[in-house]
Design a protein around this ligand. Sequence first.
Ligand SMILES: *[C@@H]1O[C@H](CO)[C@@H](O)[C@H](O)[C@H]1NC(C)=O
Ligand SMILES: *[C@@H]1O[C@H](CO)[C@@H](O)[C@H](O)[C@H]1NC(C)=O
Ligand SMILES: *[C@@H]1O[C@H](CO)[C@@H](O)[C@H](O)[C@H]1NC(C)=O
Length: 191
Amino acid sequence: MFNVVFVLGPPGSGKGTICSKIQENLGYVHLSAGDLLRAERERAGSQFGALIESHIKNGSIVPVEITCSLLENAMNLHKTANGFLVDGFPRNADNLSGWSKQMSGKVHEQFVLFLSCPVDICINRCLNRGEGRTDDNVDSLKKRVETYNNQTFPIIEHFGKLNMVRKVDSERPVEEVYEDVVKVFEAANQM
Ligand SMILES: *[C@@H]1O[C@H](CO)[C@@H](O)[C@H](O)[C@H]1NC(C)=O
Ligand SMILES: *[C@@H]1O[C@H](CO)[C@@H](O)[C@H](O)[C@H]1NC(C)=O
Ligand SMILES: *[C@@H]1O[C@H](CO)[C@@H](O)[C@H](O)[C@H]1NC(C)=O
């Protein structure tokens, strides 16, 4: 069974950076639902491309089943990986119930890596990272943080009750954060 680690934290908590470092050093493959959907949409002869396109045109949400299928396909391409980092997912109750319905019995959910960071620091980081993301202005960032607080944090609490959350303070420099992250993975895998 595939090992899965959910990586959650507010916008600007460093999920992408930390996931790359884990992928580079620990034999886990970094998967982002958003990236997989974009790639599938653009892939010639794609199985779900037209359907995804149609949902985006209609402004409706791509069914979680499609995303889960894409995640599953991606895992099957890397059968020898130590595990998979699912970045920024599940971000709400719908995401979680869709995932559980489709994936339970197929994957082993190892733990949730929770990159914890105070809101004001996260917002400043996003504003300063200068990646030119159009959604990195103050108003839309505040909204994303609010959505995170309203919808994603309860998911982290849910996993917390199951004793599955490994919290790392990601306010610190990335090297220090990553040192603690490695310890979490070592403990989980007895590496
Ligand atoms: C999008 O809207 C069109 C027109 O209402 C409809 O025919 C189509 O089924 C919708 N697509 C999806 C994926 O719901
Ligand atoms: C998770 O929920 C969000 C908000 O409803 C939605 O936009 C997104 O497509 C969902 N993710 C997946 C993978 O279904
Ligand atoms: C978050 O929850 C608060 C309180 O229920 C609500 O007023 C606000 O509109 C919600 N914000 C978002 C972005 O969902």
